[in-house]
Design a binder for this molecule. Sequence first.
Ligand code: XMP
Length: 517
Amino acid sequence: MFDHLHEERILILDFGSQYTQLIARRIRESHVYCEIHPYNLALEVIRAFEPRGIVLSGGPSSVHDEGAPFSDPALLTMGVPVLGICYGMQLMAQQLGGTVEKADRREYGPAVMDIDNPVELFRDVEREGVRVWMSHGDRILELPPGFSVLSRSGNSPVAAMGNPKAHLYGVQFHPEVAHTPCGKDILENFLFRICRCRPTWTMKSFVESTIENVRERVGSDHVICALSGGVDSSVVAVLLHKAIGPQLHCIFVNNGLLRKGEAESVRRIFSDHFEIDLIYVDASNIFLERLRGVKDPESKRKIIGNLFVELFEQEAARLADARYLAQGTLYPDVIESVSFKGPSATIKTHHNVGGLPERMKLRLIEPLRELFKDEVRLVGRELGLPERIIMRHPFPGPGLAIRLIGDVTAENLEILREADSIILEEIEASGWYEHVWQAFAVLLPVRSVGVMGDERTYEQVVALRAVESVDAMTADWARLPYEVLQRISNRIINEVKGVNRVVYDISSKPPSTIEWE
Ligand code: XMP
């Protein structure tokens, strides 16, 4: 079950809090390896994991609810340090013989806490007026035997409790969120003073141990990797190349729906610079042909996805020695599939190669499946990937086809590609590239009237979309300065033939989406 054991690790049991992933990221930022598992993980499995410490996450339930999630109480008496956060603390209190009071209303938002008992958990934290973030309904009425109150806030007589002898601690507030400024200190006190971890989890150590693992696993076999030029597949490719060199074969399919200069840049970086065996498939014409006359966005997606698999499979079949397929699966996809509330067992298939490993009898290699996106970027830097790839905005698999409303034609693609390239140039030049999640052009299937010199024009409209977001689930339009908008508009109208009007999309998601199709 644990295929990549790191020396000192923390186990996080997930009770469904929206912050569980944040706990994991905070712990890893402190250079300690951790994994998230469902709350009901069996005791034998917990033992086999050999955690240095366990964190019980928060969650939306009350311990009094019917069917509330309970972890095995025996994990509290294994001698392993435990930190319960919010629901995790209430569960700890209840399972060890304390009582939890059902509250009539929730306490949500900032609170100020005073520390009564400056135990190890609060080392180097101010004693009074500590700002913390609360989000809970129930509260502790009676402490379990052996526990004492460590801190109080206006609404929580027990803002933290602990039994230092047993290495058990609970906090009602959320140390993992930015609104708890001393949260990092508290978590690090737990990691370094209470669990006695050392800060050894670094991207350098990750790269080294992954290279070793891959070499051992692959032996003299060959590996295929679908390279898209995005961050994840690029990091996978370079990482595997470091491990197995010429046994890695990357396949890059140019579907003709890419941005300006993208195909050349992928060739330059991976083939010329990293000297990776890159099989370049120019399939622009086939894609264009199959998309002819197709207007419906879901049909476009299907056609593009299926054709990609078809072509990829053709190329892969030529590599008769290949036994493995490398994919850029990331940790959030893995957690989603185990978390008790998540859409169970729906591991996302990447780059549309779903089903292919079975058909071709390839085994999967997913070297990034333990990493969060920001860690993948750090690994990319560690491996010497150019900053342009590391910080690249997400780009949809179906590419420009879903940014061309209506027919996908060579002429429309050319217009969109030029407009898009101007947008990116100006966004980069203005220093906004890193502040926006995505910025791109959409070509609208309408014509409007304009004048150029003495002539009346009747040409197409480009919509500029630039959004800020943290995870693409929600997004808001970026407040780009007027001067940047003006330069983009001027340049597109002057330089892109066939466009005489530019509009700015000021819709948020929800109810709109980031892409137009
Ligand atoms: P929406 O438009 O749903 O987009 O707000 C959310 C994020 O997903 C990307 N996206 C796609 N990525 N294939 C992809 O690989 C697709 O069909 C697709 N559709 C949307 C979009 O760019 C944004 O980052």
